[in-house]
Design a protein. Structure first.
Ligand SMILES: CC(C)(COP(=O)(O)OP(=O)(O)OC[C@H]1O[C@@H](n2cnc3c(N)ncnc32)[C@H](O)[C@@H]1OP(=O)(O)O)[C@@H](O)C(=O)NCCC(=O)NCCS
Length: 144
């Protein structure tokens, strides 16, 4: 197993993991569109030649980064991959002088909310109808 930066050739695998794990339908082009903004903020974990987990983040201010997506393939969950990706993402943030990382989680996704709280994030507020199906989001923040 290997953690590394995203390459365009990972697109199909990443789209597959995202489509299975996240309740949003993503246009595959969104992943490649993100690459020029901050390539180091896009990380994947590969196992046996296939991407099984990824985190995509963007810089959203001078010292502020946002996690747009984080997903681990079902069979690989609970094994520390999500934690590893997040910690590596924090390291990349550190190199850019990022002081705050924010993200949104579905109000119904308690497992992910607990996961982020364990990693030091705290709840800022509820964001009404944040998701395309009308579900509220919960805004989380962590200081680095
Ligand atoms: C949320 C998610 C990214 C967590 O990734 P993960 O690799 O399963 O998380 P980890 O193994 O690093 O788990 C960290 C902690 O959460 C627990 N945990 C999280 N998900 C778990 C699961 N499905 N089964 C068992 N334990 C789980 C772990 O036991 C661990 O706790 P500990 O540190 O006290 O031992 C992953 O479950 C996932 O992809 N979910 C679907 C997509 C999603 O909700 N994304 C986040 C919203 S953007």
């Amino acid at each position: 197993m290997q953690i590394r930066h995203f390459h365009n050739r990972d697109l199909v695998d990443v789209w597959q993991v995202a489509s299975d794990a996240l309740h949003e339908r993503y246009d595959p082009s969104i992943f490649t569109q993100l690459v020029p903004f901050w390539p180091d903020g896009l990380l994947v974990i590969e196992d046996m030649g296939r991407v099984v987990a990824f985190v995509f983040g963007v810089m959203s201010g001078v010292q502020h980064a946002r996690v747009l997506m984080l997903a681990v393939e079902r069979n690989y969950r609970g094994a520390g991959l999500g934690t590893l990706l997040t910690q590596e993402f924090f390291r990349e943030c550190g190199k850019k002088g990022v002081r705050q990382v924010s993200l949104e989680v579905r109000a119904s996704n308690f497992a992910a909310q607990r996961f982020y709280q364990r990693l030091g994030f705290f709840t800022v507020r509820r964001v009404p109808k944040y998701y395309s199906d009308g579900e509220d989001g919960i805004l989380f923040l962590r200081y680095l």
